[in-house]
Ligand binder design. Structure first.
Ligand code: AMP
Length: 369
């Protein structure tokens, strides 16, 4: 994902796919024109990258020139098309091929036809790399189309948003859903995830989802999910993946307008981490970071026994169950460090010290994301 000015864009068409489409356009046009030496006319600014790549691929002699038209403001097509640089070459009797980066409403194309009407060219052919059939409102024939795309705003490969993004070698599409910041708060039981999540959710305006809390809520209310989860939780074992994943997805869906989430106690297995990646992808988003509180085992046991005196949690009251939860963490959950490290998203934070100091350490990591 990239940010240009105030908007976010997601990858849409790769450089390889563009290259193949440009190659095909060059081959098709060369085959149709035979030995004729065409004049290719690029429409600036957007077509500069296409024209450059196209003529390198064109297998026969040709001429190249440009005209400069301005057709839109920001992300909306404007009615007012200005001719900023006109034709500087006599085209009488020549085969002219217009090279456009994109044709959407067709307003620019109407202006192109108006410009060439009095030039006495032998023929006027239109070639465009991208075409939005849903947006096209004119009847002019398009002789060569590289790639048809839906009616969404795109940038890259010569196309811009507020003059940014023309330099990108691939195409990005405007992301219409809200940008979210999604954090996985990680660490063994007793590391202080819940405490820190309360500070982070206020500061960054995020929704905090603790799977442990949701399970405990269900147990308290004696729901079917609660009854199922209880048998595992009482022993300090993990609740089965599919049960947990379904519950987590339901919690995320309940907060459709969230600016982002803090996932606390989830994911705990690779299957959960993959499910979370897919869920974020469906929301046009991603996990930005796993921030992990790192605390020594013996400190954890002492903290949890202390918490057990007041938390009322059965799994905090017994040292054997506590040690089993920590063991479960190392056996099943700690591997997730590798999962997020492989995506360059793992950030370890020292979880020993005062609550304020640890919050500051977390803020430092998150502010840099
Ligand atoms: P926690 O409050 O995060 O320490 O979780 C308490 C207990 O809830 C765990 O020991 C598990 O039995 C269960 N649990 C919480 N989150 C998950 C999860 N993501 N996957 C499986 N079990 C979980």
């Amino acid at each position: 994902m990239i940010k240009l000015d105030d908007l976010y864009f997601k990858p849409f068409i790769s450089a390889e796919k563009i290259d193949a489409a440009v190659q095909k356009m060059a081959d098709d046009i060369a085959a149709d024109l035979g030995d004729e030496v065409p004049v290719f006319v690029g429409i600036l600014n957007g077509s500069f990258m296409l024209v450059s790549d196209f003529v390198k691929k064109y297998p026969k002699p040709c001429e190249v020139t440009f005209i400069k038209l301005a057709s839109y403001e920001g992300i909306k097509s404007s009615d007012d098309i200005q001719r900023l640089i006109g034709l500087t070459q006599d085209l009488t009797g020549r085969t002219v091929v217009i090279l456009e980066d994109i044709i959407d409403s067709g307003k620019t194309l109407a202006e192109v036809h108006r410009i060439f009407k009095n030039e006495n060219a032998k023929s006027l052919l239109i070639a465009t790399l991208f075409f939005k059939p849903e947006a096209y409102k004119k009847d002019f024939k398009l002789h060569y189309v590289g790639i048809e795309i839906p009616d969404k705003f795109i940038v890259g490969y010569g196309l811009d948003y507020n003059n940014l993004g023309r330099d990108l070698p691939e195409i990005y599409q405007l992301k219409t859903t809200q940008h979210m910041t999604n954090l996985v708060l990680f660490g063994p039981p007793g590391a202080g995830k819940g405490t820190q999540a309360n500070f982070l959710k206020e500061k960054y305006n995020l929704v905090h989802i603790s799977t442990g809390d949701v399970f405990r809520f269900n147990i308290k209310n004696k729901t079917a999910l609660g009854m199922l989860a209880k048998s595992f939780m009482d022993k300090g074992e993990l609740v089965p993946d599919q049960v947990t994943i379904d519950m987590l997805e339901a919690e995320v869906e309940k907060n459709a307008d969230a600016k982002g989430f803090i996932f606390d106690g989830f994911p705990r297995t690779n299957a959960q981490a993959e499910a979370l990646d897919n869920l974020m992808k469906c929301k046009d988003s991603q996990i930005n970071a796993m921030v992990a509180l790192e605390v020594d085992d013996e400190v954890l046991v002492q903290r949890l026994l202390e918490r057990g005196k007041t938390s009322g949690r059965a799994d905090d009251a017994d040292e054997n169950i506590i040690r089993n939860r920590i063991k479960e963490y190392y056996n099943k959950t700690a591997i997730l460090k590798n999962f997020y490290t492989a995506q360059d998203k793992y950030f370890g934070v020292d979880g020993v010290g005062s609550i304020e100091d640890i919050t500051k350490r977390l803020n430092k990591v998150i502010d840099k994301l």
